[in-house]
Design a protein. Structure first.
Lengths: 267, 81
């Protein structure tokens, strides 16, 4: 029996889809089978971020409407043995799917796969309600900005009302800006949202380049963001990983940055 | 992380703004409703102690996930009213 994790944020543009893509790929790299579901019906994007847009035949609405089975709609990622994508429909409305449909679909996929990651649409309306319906736990992605954290807080309240255990990813953090006093630190965000942190992903230009190519950053190599996504994936599946470091890193990380050795200094 | 000349960093400003905004968001009281509540609380206090109605302040504060309503009012010294 697998586990379903919804990646959500409230606000759009904070990196939900990129996070879903990289965490799913990283969990698959650890040897577990993973299905990624794009729950953003009408505005699908997980397919292009994954670089699988040319292989779509069926989508989630086809499955819900009984036009094909879930297994048939899954697109297998050829780069990894055990990674699949269930794309969203680009033409339907959010109302084409109900929370009950999603629960049933996710239960079915959990029977055959270790992890189901659900990429939630922005907002807190129908699409959000559908996306969280079948989730065993939630990961809230927030960037260290007032608007993102405010929206994340709303979502955290809604998830708590549904008794869905929730953890936090702080995305696009810049150690340089935090140090200058011009960005909220990960500790600030944890304090404000009162959530357990599962990881803090540095602002990293490698992610922009891999998104351009439709290649998950974790498949591309050892960028700072890729390393953190891999650490988060390990924590999500319950592997022991060293505790999340405070922004700025330790003594050697600081020396490294001073010498321009750390990729995080590019941020 | 305060800078020289006592000017708070943008990080501190963001934190302060978030604490206030989230406190109100979490309670779901819009500005108008809050003022209405403030006037009613002031009127109730005034039934027992003579106070300046306009000096009563209500504040909503968030610490962690708990939110607190704080009402403050200067009270007159006994016999001065």
């Amino acid at each position: 029996m697998g586990r379903a994790i919804v990646i959500t944020s409230g606000k759009g543009g904070v990196g939900k889809t990129t996070t879903t893509c990289n965490l799913g790929t990283a969990i698959a790299q650890l040897g577990m089978s993973v299905v990624l579901i794009d729950a953003d019906i009408g505005l699908r994007n997980l397919d292009v971020v994954m670089g699988l847009e040319n292989r779509i035949v069926y989508h989630v609405v086809d499955v819900v409407q009984g036009k094909c089975t879930a297994q048939k709609a899954l697109i297998k990622d050829r780069r990894l043995e055990n990674l699949w994508l269930l794309p969203a429909s680009q033409t339907d409305d959010k109302d084409a799917v109900t929370p009950g449909d999603m629960k049933k679909l996710i239960a079915e996929l959990k029977a055959t796969h270790d992890y189901v990651l659900i990429d939630c649409p922005a907002g807190i309306e129908q699409g959000f309600k559908n996306a969280i319906a079948g989730a065993d736990e939630a990961v809230v992605v927030a960037t260290p900005e007032v608007s993102s954290i405010r929206d994340a807080d709303r979502v955290v309240g809604l998830l708590a009302a549904k008794d869905i255990p929730t953890r936090l990813i702080v995305n696009r953090i810049s150690a340089h800006l935090v140090k200058k006093g011009d960005m909220l630190s990960q500790a600030d965000v944890i304090e404000i949202l009162a959530l357990e942190l599962v990881g803090a992903v540095p602002l990293d230009e490698h992610v922009v380049a891999s998104t351009n190519k439709g290649m998950p950053a974790v498949l591309e190599g050892k960028s700072a963001a890729a390393r953190e996504f891999t650490r988060i994936a390990k924590r999500l599946v319950g592997l022991e990983v060293e505790t999340v470091r405070e922004t700025g890193g330790g003594f050697f990380a600081r020396i490294g940055r001073a010498l321009g050795l750390s990729p995080a200094s590019a941020a | 992380m305060w800078k020289f000349r006592g000017k708070p960093s943008s990080r501190e400003v963001a934190k302060g703004r978030l604490h206030l905004v989230l406190a109100h968001d979490r309670v779901g009281l819009e500005g108008g409703k809050l003022q209405e509540m403030r006037r009613e609380i002031a009127a109730v206090i005034c039934k027992y102690v003579p106070i300046d109605l306009d000096a009563v302040e209500v504040q909503i504060e968030s610490k962690s996930r708990a939110t607190e309503l704080r009402v403050s009012s200067p009270l007159p010294a006994r016999g001065s009213g």
